[in-house]
Design a binder for this molecule. Structure first.
Ligand code: APR
Length: 170
């Protein structure tokens, strides 16, 4: 099982083997964290994403990381659920984003992975509920990944992630 840590920062500055981006199904880039990752990686990321997309919600697909610096090996594109009130399987799709991204990172031989707070921005997923799902899923997914960094972009998100992590500590 991986060690999980919560940090406040910009995922495009993470010095890890693989970063995960919260994409849309086209994998052509967008706003939010996906926009930041595409800006940092350069235009080849959208071309690579377009070549393998579309990506269904809950799935995870890797590409090269191109111009990202620090030079991570891969970007894993995952598509979160659009929040519709909680009665449309959103929890399961979000859990799948974390599970499949960790599995893909494992398949790539990554030892360290950074995740954003998937679906909690434009897609409107409540941050506290998302934090519990993220930590619970990462804790229950067998992996050879040593370290997972949950990268919050604001204090509220960091507090929700930290609370979820400490609430489920051994
Ligand atoms: N580093 C880390 N986290 C970030 C960064 C960054 N540079 N920029 C934004 N975030 C955070 C947001 O504050 C939010 O907590 O990432 C989280 C996810 O928010 P979004 O990026 O809006 O992603 P999501 O809610 O999954 O919506 C995805 O938005 O940008 C479009 O193309 C994307 O259509 C897709 C949708």
């Amino acid at each position: 099982m991986a060690t999980i840590e919560v940090v406040l920062g910009d995922i495009t500055r993470e010095d890890v083997d693989v970063i995960v981006t919260a994409a849309n199904e086209s994998l052509l880039g967008g706003g939010g964290v996906d926009g930041a990752v595409h800006r940092a990686a350069g235009p080849r990321l959208a071309r690579a994403g377009g070549a393998i997309g579309p990506c269904p919600p809950g799935e995870a697909m890797p590409t090269s990381a191109f111009d990202l610096d620090p030079p991570v090996w891969h970007v894993i594109h995952t598509v979160g659920p659009v929040w519709e009130g909680g009665g449309h399987g959103e929890d399961e799709v979000l859990a799948s984003c974390y599970r499949r991204s960790l599995q893909v990172a494992d398949e790539l031989g990554a030892r360290t992975v950074a995740f954003p707070a998937i679906a909690t921005g434009v897609y409107g997923f409540p941050a506290e509920r998302a934090a519990r799902i993220a930590v619970g899923t990462l804790r229950s997914t067998p992996t050879n990944v040593h370290r997972v960094r949950l990268v919050a972009f604001d204090d509220d998100t960091r507090e929700h992630l930290h609370a979820a992590l400490t609430a489920t500590a051994d």
